[in-house]
Structure formats: C-alpha cells, structure tokens
Ligand binder design. Structure first.
Ligand code: SF4
Length: 389
C-alpha cells in the first residue's frame, strides 16, 4: 500500500516551472498526482511574477501556497528580504554569498515539508545541461519530468554502481523481450570505468528503451527509502516525452496564462541603431545574477524599482562588483552598456547561419523554430535554479 508521500512543485515565477505545472496538470489527474504547488516569496519579486501566480491558480484550479520564513513572520518588517538584509547587517547577497536563497527559498520550503517523504518536481528542460536543486534532506526526492532522464544524479550514481549489475539484469528480465534484453545485459555487464563513464552508460540504456529503464529504476527504488519507492504507481515512468524551450513557450501559449511580459523584447536605440533587450529571469528585481543590460532594462522600464534597488547600496556594498547602481545609471554608462550589448548580439547573430533577423521577437523566433533565442537566453539565464526555473 502507498505510504503517505507528498508531491510538490515550486513556482518560481519563471516560464519553465509555470509550464511544468501546466504540463503535469494537463497529463495527470489530481488523484494520480496530487501536487501541492508552492512559491517562496521574497517580497521583492516583480509584479509580473505575482500576476503569473494568480493566473496559474485559476488555470490549475489549485491554490499556490506561499511559504515564508517563520523568523520573518514574527518580525516587524515590510518583506522577508528586508528582514534578512538587516539581520545580515546590510551585507548584500552575491553569487559567492547567496544567503537570500537559503533563508527565503530553501529553509521555508524544507520546514513546511518536515520529515514527510516528498517528491519535488523540477522544471529543468530536456535541452538544459544542469541539475537544479537537489535537497540535502533524504526525505525529498527531485524528479525532472521534462528531461529524458527524469531521475536525479544521486539515484543514477547508486543504481548504476558496479555492485548492482546482476540485480539490474534481474529487473531488466522483467521488462524486455529477448533480443532487446541481450543488448541491455551487454550494456549492464560492462562495468563503469574510465572508458565507460556514468553518463555514457546511462545514455546507452536510455537509447535502448527509456520506459524499461524507468521501470527498472522504480523497481529498485522500492528496495530503498526514496519517496518514489513508497508509491504503488508512478505514472511518470511511462512518459518518455522530452520538453525543450520551444515546447515550454507552446505550453504557455496553449493555456490562458500569459508569458510574463519581462520576457518580451523591447527596443532600445544607441548610435542611431536599434537593439532589443529584455529580462531573462524571474526572481527579485535587484537580483545580482542579472546582466548589466538587464539593469539598464530595469532602469528604463521600471525606474522606481531601480531606485528601490539603489537604496540597498550602503556602506560600500553594491549589487555589481566594483560598480554602484548610481554609476551604472549615468547616461554615458548606459549608452556604453547598450553599445556593448548590441555588438555582442550582432556577433552572435553573425555566427549563426540563420535567416531570422536578430531583432525578431520571442514568439517570432520560436515559431520559426530557430535556436537563436536558445543561445541568447542560455547566455543570459545563468543563475539560481530555485529562483529562475
Ligand atoms: S532572485 Fe536573486 S536575489 Fe532573489 S533570492 Fe534568488 S538569487 Fe537571491
């Protein structure tokens, strides 16, 4: 009998987690996957994020639970970020000291989950090469439904360990017919070594049969304490669809949810030439992960938020290393950032053999099936998986 297992999906405000919620909601009934949607609110998100959350609640016909730090709730502050910022003595978070994600995103989530076995669905796409948030808590298991390999790296490391080869051969005998089985056994019985690394072995098994591999993993998980192993039935093991960036845009377009407007390119002009800029990420409006051109976007499109971000720069702390927002907002500096951005985008466009103008907008590029936008967003979308997926 299935033991109590929670299913959760974090909505960051980004397109990928929104698309994942829509995708799973469309494919599976609430009985099959009783997902609790949640968001961890820093109180300093863009308005577009709050609009997205509200539209998703309507579309999913489910509440999106807002998790906030318990410490903040008992304090007399306007928002969680300000509470922790003061607690850290005005020290701004940065890529090397990211106290914001730990205190406002991970800690409230893990506290709400407690010790209940929990499956966390993460919207890393099939065309991305990153792992995303893996909880250090053993009762939380991450699943990546958009990828060909839906399992987290810790599961893969354990199951493909050389010690388990004969156990897996036994599981595969339940899954495959003779000719396919022979091939699977040949792969399985080739031990991991410098010549056959983990990823290669995984890909050989997935190339052979994704669904058989998933069933084998599911069978093995039942011998472990992983949350998925506590289920009688896990429908995702029979789904081998891979969802890439263009599919994400399509899933959102097919719903009544709007793509957050900060993704839509807007025109700027420099030296008589036109370029386009947009924000590539959800999360706090002052996030230190943003590119300089995105700070310019914030300055010109949301000047009041730029001013708010400036207020945090005190006592020598700045969001960008070596440059304050006051310096960045000077007209000659803004022009310089746009000029450099324009040059970079042109170079990128020239390197791609594409008929699509580099000034085409998001949906236009997506519909033409070009991967220029993929390149652009990959370059500008690095950062924290908890905040931007
Ligand atoms: S969006 Fe950026 S600033 Fe906000 S919590 Fe995430 S990493 Fe920190």
């Amino acid at each position: 009998m299935t033991q109590e297992v929670k299913h959760v999906l974090g909505i960051s405000g980004g397109k990928d987690s929104a698309a994942l919620a829509l995708y799973l909601n469309h494919l599976y009934s609430k009985e099959e996957l009783p997902i609790t949607y949640y968001t961890c609110d820093t109180g300093r998100e863009l308005d577009e994020t709050y609009v997205l959350i509200s539209q998703l609640e309507t579309e999913l016909q489910s509440e999106i639970v807002k998790y906030q730090s318990e410490d903040y709730k008992s304090a007399n502050e306007d928002n969680p970020f300000d509470f922790f910022w003061r607690k850290y003595g005005g020290y701004l978070p940065s890529q090397t000291a990211r106290w914001c994600t730990n205190t406002m995103k991970l800690a409230p989530f893990e506290k709400a989950i407690g010790d209940t076995p929990t499956i966390s669905y993460v919207g890393i796409r099939g065309d991305e090469d990153r792992e995303g948030y893996i909880s250090t808590k053993s009762n939380i298991q991450s699943i990546f439904p958009f990828r060909r390999n839906i399992w987290s790296v810790d599961v893969i490391r354990k199951i493909l360990n050389n010690n388990l080869i004969e156990e897996l051969v036994g599981y595969y005998q339940e899954q495959l017919e003779e000719n396919m089985l022979d091939k699977a056994i040949e792969i399985l019985r080739t031990p991991l070594s410098p010549r056959l690394k983990l990823e290669k072995k995984l890909n050989l098994l997935l190339d052979l049969d994704v669904i058989a591999f998933n069933h084998v993993v599911f069978t093995w998980l039942k011998t472990t304490d992983y949350p998925v192993g506590k289920l009688d039935y896990f429908p995702l093991i029979d789904n081998e669809e891979i969802i890439k960036r263009a599919d994400v845009f399509q899933i959102i377009e097919d719903s009544d949810v709007d793509l957050p407007s900060y993704y839509l390119p807007l025109e700027y002009e420099v030296d008589g030439e036109k370029g386009k800029y947009f924000r590539s990420r959800s999360g706090c409006f002052f996030c230190f992960y943003q590119q300089k051109i995105e700070w310019v976007w914030l300055l010109e499109q949301h000047p009041h938020l730029f001013k708010e971000a400036m207020k945090y720069e005190k006592d020598g702390y700045s969001w960008i290393q070596g440059e304050s927002l006051e310096m960045l907002s000077r007209p000659e500096r803004v022009e310089g950032i746009k000029r450099e951005h324009l040059k970079r985008m042109k170079r990128k466009y020239q390197n791609l053999q594409t008929k699509v103008s580099w000034q085409d907008d998001v949906m236009g590029v997506k519909k033409n099936g070009e991967d220029w936008l993929d390149e652009l967003l990959d370059a500008e979308g690095d950062g924290c998986a908890s905040c931007f997926i």
